[in-house]
Design a protein around this ligand. Structure first.
Ligand code: ADP
Length: 224
């Protein structure tokens, strides 16, 4: 598995994009009674949309497709499916990004069949137009070349997965690593700076998971 084109998204970006998305929704005159966050990526944007659109009702559905950073599982599933009556309600389904669109399509179909809102529209901060099988009704950014967006809510998880991938590859050529060497190689691979706290926490997790070993201030990758 090789290097992944990656872009860092800041909390400020998230607020700005959510606000921009809210303006588009407002301009279309769609006034949702309820916002449905797709767990987990849609949580923060959905909460911000509640604020910017003055919506009180926020619920969630967990539709999962990707199991780890930039690596697809076979198919999407609805976790913890429950029954709900949304008849007569205008709903807005919110996610962070429409990549393949599969998890969103699954959530949309489940909601229409089981929760039966009067209307359901879809909003996402970003839409990867060349690969998505679904175009959201509202999006803030159209992405024309596939990139892994490193959102602030998956920073540790992504840093962990990225380090794991990088070290499994690079440890074929280099057995012993200092902390600084790991960080430098991470920049070379992903060209983003997640900050020292995240690096340290992710390295700690790699040790806890038995992927890295620390001896005399040097790190060693343990191939399983
Ligand atoms: P959908 O396109 O319906 O959101 P996917 O299965 O493509 O469904 O993606 C599910 C989730 O995985 C997204 O909501 C997002 O949280 C995460 N994800 C997928 N692709 C990316 C990407 N390119 N960058 C960052 N996160 C992503």
């Amino acid at each position: 598995m090789g290097k992944v084109p990656t872009k860092l998204v800041s909390w400020d970006d998230v607020v700005e994009w959510s606000r921009g998305l809210a303006i588009k929704i407002k301009e279309s005159n769609y006034r949702p009674d309820v916002i449905i966050a797709v767990a987990r990526g849609g949580f923060v944007p959905a909460r911000l949309l509640c604020d910017f659109l003055n919506v009180e009702n926020l619920i969630s559905i967990q539709s999962q497709h990707w199991t780890e950073a930039a690596k697809a599982a076979d198919k999407a599933i609805i976790k913890f499916a429950y029954e709900l009556d949304l008849s007569g309600k205008k709903a807005l389904l919110v996610d962070d990004i429409v990549d393949t669109g599969e998890s969103l399509m699954l959530a949309r179909d489940f909601i229409m069949k089981h929760w039966k809102p009067a209307e359901l529209r879809i909003a996402a901060l970003q839409w990867i137009s060349p690969v998505a099988k679904l175009k959201p009704d509202y999006y803030y950014i159209e992405v024309t070349e596939w990139v892994w967006f490193q959102y602030p809510w998956t920073r540790l998880e992504d840093t962990f997965q990225f380090l794991k991938r990088m070290l499994s590859e690079e440890s074929k050529y280099k057995a012993e690593w200092s902390y600084d060497e790991i960080v430098k190689k991470f920049y070379e691979w992903y060209e983003i700076d997640v900050g020292e706290t995240y690096f340290k926490d992710a390295i700690k997790m790699l040790i806890e998971e038995g992927i890295l070993e620390l001896r005399n201030n040097k790190y060693y990758y343990k191939s399983s």
